[in-house]
Design a protein around this ligand. Structure first.
Ligand SMILES: C[S@@+](CC[C@H](N)C(=O)[O-])C[C@H]1O[C@@H](n2cnc3c(N)ncnc32)[C@H](O)[C@@H]1O
Length: 323
């Protein structure tokens, strides 16, 4: 048990029913008593619903990097449930340590949770002033403030440009380096002010700091590296017939998921004139099942869901007799 205190911020789960339905837990007895992974526990919206649908012999192994998410998960008193304080990018080893080989379903609901954004003390938000931290896992790694204090101007520009898709990355990096020579950049308000001064045109409905904060957060938490490794680990952990559902919140992530799924689903066939037996032809390893976005009603009720995209795929071959 951790002694982490969990502030009272709520997370409204995005695509709650849709994601859990996608795992097809109730299709037949075998799936309802299978082994499942929730790679991003957050405040447990998906995990709790999955548990409510699983049979007595099932297992759910959930992951999160965030100590507050872990403290919340530790309150779930259910012998079928295990929480792992680590990245989902460690999935295969973490499962093996717990005696699990292949699993029947994996869910990843990427990005940050509302409590992480809403709690000023976590330093993710340009709206609330707080220490410039931005780590999901506050027990390890470098804070955003420490990184901004030491990184080269070229790398700052590269990160802000690539991960934030920010046109003014050059000007922002220059302004950060100029300011840090005068005083340490240690709060979210300071950084938001520096960025606002460097971004010359305004995007409608968007704070000028949005892109830079997104970029730094992605970098500090190695979000794209984790997704790259996590996709391969999830795929390797999935039993034939197993289902993977991934909810992403920005185009860089969704593009990675889409390409990964496509690389396994659309296998290149050799020249038809070659004497190859049908049974020896390369077979697709994933079947694409769905691409889904939140309904208008969900977006109205929870505007943070508006950029979500869920992609679902099933590992082939589907065993005979499985639903
Ligand atoms: C959008 S929230 C998930 C919300 C959750 N589905 C719920 O219903 O409460 C994303 C969570 O994933 C965690 N996270 C992000 N990347 C992670 C990774 N690579 N490994 C483990 N957890 C990660 C974050 O700390 C955050 O708690």
């Amino acid at each position: 048990m951790t002694s982490t205190t969990v502030p009272e911020f709520q997370h409204r789960t995005v695509l709650l029913d849709e994601a859990v339905d996608a795992l097809a837990l109730t299709l037949d007895g075998a799936r309802a008593n299978g082994v499942y992974v929730d790679g991003t526990f957050g405040r447990g919206g998906h995990s709790r619903l999955i548990l409510s649908k699983l049979g007595a012999n099932a297992r759910l192994i959930s992951f999160d990097k965030d100590p507050q998410a872990i403290a919340t998960a530790e309150q779930i008193d259910d012998p079928r449930f295990t929480i792992v304080h680590d990245s989902f990018a460690t999935m295969t080893a973490a499962l093996a340590e717990r005696g699990v080989g292949k699993v029947d379903g994996i869910l990843l609901d990427l990005g940050i949770s509302s409590p992480q954004v809403d709690d000023a003390a976590r330093g993710f938000s340009f709206r609330n002033d707080g220490p410039l931290d931005m780590r999901m896992d506050t027990t390890r790694g470098m804070s955003a403030a420490a990184w901004l204090a030491t990184e080269t101007e070229q790398t700052l520009e590269k990160v802000i440009k690539e991960y934030g898709e920010e046109r003014f990355a050059f000007q922002i990096a220059k302004a950060i380096v100029a300011r840090r020579a005068v005083e340490p950049i240690s709060t979210t308000r300071q950084l938001a002010g520096i960025v606002a001064g460097a971004v010359k045109t305004r995007e409608k409905g968007k704070d000028p700091a949005t892109r830079t904060f997104q970029a730094i957060r992605i970098f500090i938490n190695k979000e794209l590296e984790d997704l790259e490794v996590g996709l391969n680990q999830a795929y390797a952990s999935l039993a034939p017939g197993g289902i993977i559902a991934i909810i992403s919140f920005h185009s860089l992530e969704d593009r990675m998921v889409k390409r990964f799924f496509a690389s396994k689903a659309n296998v290149e066939q050799p020249d038809r004139r070659l004497p190859i037996r049908a049974a020896d032809l390369p077979q697709p390893e994933l079947k694409l099942l769905a691409k889904m976005k939140p309904s208008d009603a969900e977006i109205d009720a929870n505007p943070r869901s508006r950029s979500a995209v869920m992609r679902v795929a099933r590992r082939l071959p589907i065993p005979e007799g499985a639903a």
